[in-house]
Write a protein that binds this ligand. Structure first.
Ligand SMILES: Cc1ncc(COP(=O)(O)O)c(C=O)c1O
Length: 321
């Protein structure tokens, strides 16, 4: 926990140590509790600052990153923002490759932080604000091309174990420490699955009875085994319809929760109005899923969630009325 550690050497040191807040207004009359980790209070306004730091510091420790070497990553904006901060401070040039379907605030923020941002057009038929697995494949191809062209280090959040390690070493243990270990369940909307995998590993190690649930969009719940009927859901940052996520280990998954765009948006709006917490779509998805669990198999229990990024990143969308 580093919130009150005096003067820090750089913004990198300000990553993590986010508060854990009970959402008692949203759960009034329900029984049970939701404990929310305010990850939007990281320097880049998302949980992805944590993995940016871990990926770069692990690569340095493994001798994979020499001074001046370019770093490249595919991003929906948040990992790129974290990498822009970490690479900027450490002096590595950083190229962020992102779909044009992600909100414009993200590209502008990365540019402001010193990143070179390469935007990739969506597939014909895709909608801005709804990045599909197909759109992401195009971004992946462009990222690979740039890595080859510049002999760059790929900060590969879908494959590098450092992603899950950031949450295994820090996010999960922080939640356990802040709650006194008193959580019964955890649910998480998955993109790469790094947050789910890392936190679930920490929780199961502490107490195997803590139930861990994967959250997916209705109509794109491939990990739950459903067919894809709605690849263009609204929940930015995940739900890419990838049937295999390296970091989601089957032995950590106790169940799946599916959430609709409507309940995700409603939950994000209630978080803002009733809890004073201004977070994005996927945070709404996690809270909507936690409420489902409290109404069903986790009745009367305590469910932990991550509030992944700031609502400020969605001012150009219709998340806010
Ligand atoms: C806003 C947001 N929510 C959720 C996720 C998914 O997190 P993870 O990749 O750890 O599964 C991401 C990942 O980019 C994200 O940016």
């Amino acid at each position: 926990m580093n919130r009150s550690r005096g003067v820090l050497a750089s913004a990198i040191e300000a990553i993590g140590g986010t508060p854990l807040v009970e959402l008692s207004r949203l759960t009034r009359g329900m029984g049970g509790r939701i404990l929310a980790k305010l990850e939007y209070l990281n320097p880049g306004f998302s949980k992805k600052d944590r993995i940016a730091r871990q990926i770069i510091e692990d690569a340095e420790a493994q001798g994979l990153l020499q001074p001046g070497r370019t770093v490249v990553e595919l991003t929906s904006g948040n990992t790129g923002t974290g990498l822009a901060i970490v690479c900027g401070i450490k002096g590595y040039p950083f190229v962020a490759v992102m779909s044009r379907g992600n909100s414009v605030e993200r590209a502008r923020m990365m540019t402001a932080l010193g990143a070179e941002v390469v935007l990739v057009d969506q597939l014909p038929g895709s909608k801005p604000g709804a990045v599909s697995g197909g759109d992401l494949e195009l971004v992946e191809r462009e990222a690979q091309r740039i890595v080859r062209e510049r002999s760059a280090f790929r900060a590969d959040q879908f494959r590098l174990e450092s992603n899950a390690r950031a949450h295994y070493l820090h996010t999960g243990p922080e939640i356990l420490e802040q709650s006194g270990g008193a959580i019964d369940a955890f649910c998480d909307f998955v993109g790469t699955g790094g947050s789910f995998g890392g936190c679930a590993a920490a929780f199961k190690e502490y107490n195997p009875a803590i139930r861990c649930y994967v959250v997916e969009p209705e109509g794109a719940a491939v990990l739950a085994g459903d067919p894809v009927t709605n690849p263009h859901h609204r929940i930015q940052g995940g739900g890419y319809s990838m049937a295999h996520l390296l970091m989601v280990r089957p032995e950590h998954v106790d169940g799946y929760v599916k959430v609709s765009d409507e309940e995700t948006i409603a939950a994000a709006r209630r978080l803002a109005k009733e809890e004073g917490i201004f977070a994005g779509f996927s945070s709404g998805a996690n809270v909507a899923a936690a409420k489902r669990l409290l109404e069903g198999e986790c009745r009367g229990k305590t469910v932990a969630v991550l509030l992944n990024d700031s609502g400020l990143k969605y001012l150009s969308t219709d998340l806010w009325e």
